[in-house]
Design a protein around this ligand. Structure first.
Ligand code: NAD
Ligand code: ZN
Length: 371
């Protein structure tokens, strides 16, 4: 049976409507913001959610040109977003703005960009963050929002989700909605120069891992494949090159992150992300480092990608945490298994509908023990 190369099985895909890219492009952000103010009223406030690192960089914060009446909040990235945390930030913003802001600027990594996405949706929709964990539950368009990534890899600047852990149930699931997609984006690679090297590698690898998983899967389409192939291509140039943090490399990785985000919106991940989710949910490891630890233990499913990943680690002289599952209890292993195999869609994409015949409890535990 032959299917069209455009037979995606994926519904209509929304992209970020406009963006600027290049070194120094941060200086165009005030233009984007002013355009919004002139549309909704010159007195409207603007909200800036800024990664906590930039507390130490008044030179950069000052380039945002926020007015004294605007609302600037620093987001401390100790934990990744939780539903309760998002609700608290939303309440604070609601009080500080006293209405609907002209736009929300999400300035930071995946954590800050996802926080801004969630807050933008909650300001126009009733209820709490937990009410919208799932697919297409957001009914009213959110507040206009602009992404300014300061670390590259997750693709959060381009995707239709914002990942949050439910404080009560532990469920890690985003608000998957067309309304979650950013309206505008400023891609300025100068901003990523200060990211610590290990963090830069782990987050950058998220783009690579999403796309090698997508390309190895069975739910494929020509658009997703095109985005994925170019993302992997750029990641190879960055991580197999001499210095992954050279000006040129940072620019390439910023583009890879964006294209990788577009790839996720049109395809599915595979075996690595479910194992990574287990590590995040049970052990609290952050998404990107957890992905690297997972891929490092999944050679049997991704032999070529695993070998390439090992060369990248070595070339960039990056350390990976080891022994993360040493000394865990049977109960913790059982929870690791449960929070991995629950991801039926990506596991089916990678291994077929009978993935549990391949990923038995024993085999999953054995893989975790190797991490
Ligand atoms: P992050 O936002 O968690 O930040 C990581 C660290 O880098 C933080 O300490 C931060 O302060 C620091 N940092 C950021 N920019 C910096 C800079 N320019 N200089 C110095 N330090 C800087 O990092 P991340 O890996 O981009 O994001 C992870 C989050 O993204 C997770 O919550 C994950 O669930 C989410 N995610 C979302 C999507 C999506 O589609 N929405 C996809 C993948 C991952
Ligand atoms: Zn990811």
């Amino acid at each position: 049976m032959s299917t069209s190369i455009l037979d995606t099985g994926i519904k209509v895909v929304r992209n970020v409507s406009g963006f600027t890219v290049g070194r120094g492009s941060l200086d165009r952000l005030p233009e984007f913001v002013d355009a919004r103010r002139s549309l909704v009223g010159n007195n409207a406030k603007v909200v800036y959610l800024v990664d906590g690192y930039f507390r130490s960089r008044p030179d950069i914060v000052q380039r945002l040109k926020a007015r004294a009446t605007d609302v600037v909040r620093f987001v401390d990235v100790v934990d990744e977003p939780t539903t309760d945390g998002i609700d608290a930030i939303t309440d604070d913003i609601r009080r500080a703005v006293g209405g609907i802001p002209a736009t929300i600027v999400g300035f930071g990594g995946g954590t800050t960009m996802d926080t801004a996405k969630a807050v933008a949706n909650l300001l126009t929709n009733p209820g709490n963050a937990a009410d919208y964990q799932g697919w297409d539950l957001v009914k009213v368009p959110g507040v206009h929002k602009i992404a300014v990534p300061t670390i590259s890899g997750t693709g959060a600047e381009a995707t239709r989700t914002c990942v949050m852990t439910n404080t009560k149930s532990g469920l890690k699931l985003g608000m998957n909605s067309d309304y979650t997609v950013y309206d505008q984006m400023v891609l300025d690679p100068d901003l990523t120069a200060t990211v610590p090297r290990n963090q830069y590698f782990y987050t950058g690898m998220d783009a690579y891992i999403h796309c090698v998983e997508a390309l190895a899967g069975s739910y494929r389409n020509a658009v997703g494949d095109a985005y994925s192939r170019e993302t992997v291509n750029l990641c190879r140039q960055v991580f197999l090159g001499d210095d992954m943090m050279h000006d040129d490399a940072r620019e390439r990785l910023m583009v890879a992150s964006y294209l990788g985000g577009c790839a996720i919106a049109t395809s599915y991940v595979g075996v690595v992300h479910p194992f990574s989710a287990g590590l995040s949910v049970v052990l609290g490891l952050h998404h990107c480092v957890a992905n690297c630890i997972a891929l490092n233990a999944l050679e049997e499913f991704y032999p070529a990608e695993h070998a390439e990943f090992r060369s990248m680690l070595e070339k960039q002289n990056v350390e990976l945490p080891s022994g993360v599952c040493a000394g865990l209890s049977d109960d913790q292993f059982a929870r690791l298994v449960a929070s991995t195999v629950v991801h039926a869609k990506p596991l089916t994409n990678a291994l077929g509908p009978n993935f549990r015949e391949v990923l038995t409890d024993e085999r999953v535990v054995d893989i975790f023990r190797r991490m």
